[in-house]
Design a protein around this ligand. Sequence first.
Ligand code: 5GP
Ligand code: ZN
Length: 342
Amino acid sequence: MNTRIDPAALEAAEAAPPSHDASDPTLLARMIEAGILVETGEDGIYGRSAAFEDVLERLSVAVTLLGADQNAEVLRFPPALRRRDFEDSEYLKSFPDLAGTIHAFQGNDADHRRLLAALDATIAAGDGERSDEWMDQQKPTRLVFTPAACYPIYPVIARRGALPEGGATFDVFSYCFRHEPSVDPSRMQMFRMREFVRLGSPGDVMTFREKWIERGSAFVKMLGLPFDIDLANDPFFGRGGKIVANSQREQQLKFELVIPVATPGRPTACLSFNYHMDHFGTLWKIDCANGDVAHSACVAFGMERTTLALFRHHGLDVRAWPDGVRALLWGDTQAAIDAALR
Ligand code: 5GP
Ligand code: ZN
């Protein structure tokens, strides 16, 4: 671990068991076999059973309690962004390969006939490789999929005018889309992300991030999971991407809490702690009360990944999970969180 962050903030992380390769590449098959996840035929898109959703929702309740002192404004959006906001966000500079745009039929009767003819040809291919010719009739809508839960909020906050004195904190939750089909269950194409987002002065947002590295670590320790805090290695696109990734690491803009889940030889980022500097503040023209450009930071909880990590380490039968974890998720969650925060 290499960090310029206050060492006290990382105390909880250092007290945790050392990370070792406890990843299990058979996890997805076992969860499907047990009916906890449901195959759709498409890598990275799974149905969730009641057992999976129960754990995920209880985790979400625990995250809410973990952040209860943040005075965060709850904001929920459907998993789509205005295309124009997405264009302005610069996401396509970094991750053009992950973005998902939304298209729809917007033609006339003749176009409809062309659509149906192309569709007949597609379906005639049966189980073979299908043509995508019918999609020629699909045109861009004004929407794209949300790539990260915090994206919809910046333009909305900007429209409100300057931040209040002391900045502002938001609690967001969204299904997110990333086009990266994979047989690794911890790399889904659609997954839920829970975030707390802080906007304010550089000092405010750095303090927030340190607090959440500490809190996130304490939380995952309570969940009985082995983890490490590492500098992140985001998959920035293209040849220039390597330079951006190096700069992100040099400036320590992003840390991740990693847990061995299903990827052989590599633990999976289940929480991330991001410092955006004034990137979003400048893009969206968000100012602090004193007129300075707002800095921002966010802590993101990968809900599916953390749920998968629990099934990986504690087994597929939740009734057999360790007492402490059961007490946290199915018992007096508030008391367990209060104890951890003390
Ligand atoms: P980030 O924006 O840092 O890439 O993602 C934030 C969090 O979302 C990650 O820490 C992780 O927990 C979750 N996440 C990112 N990508 C994926 C993915 O492909 N599948 C799933 N299930 N979760 C992801
Ligand atoms: Zn975020």
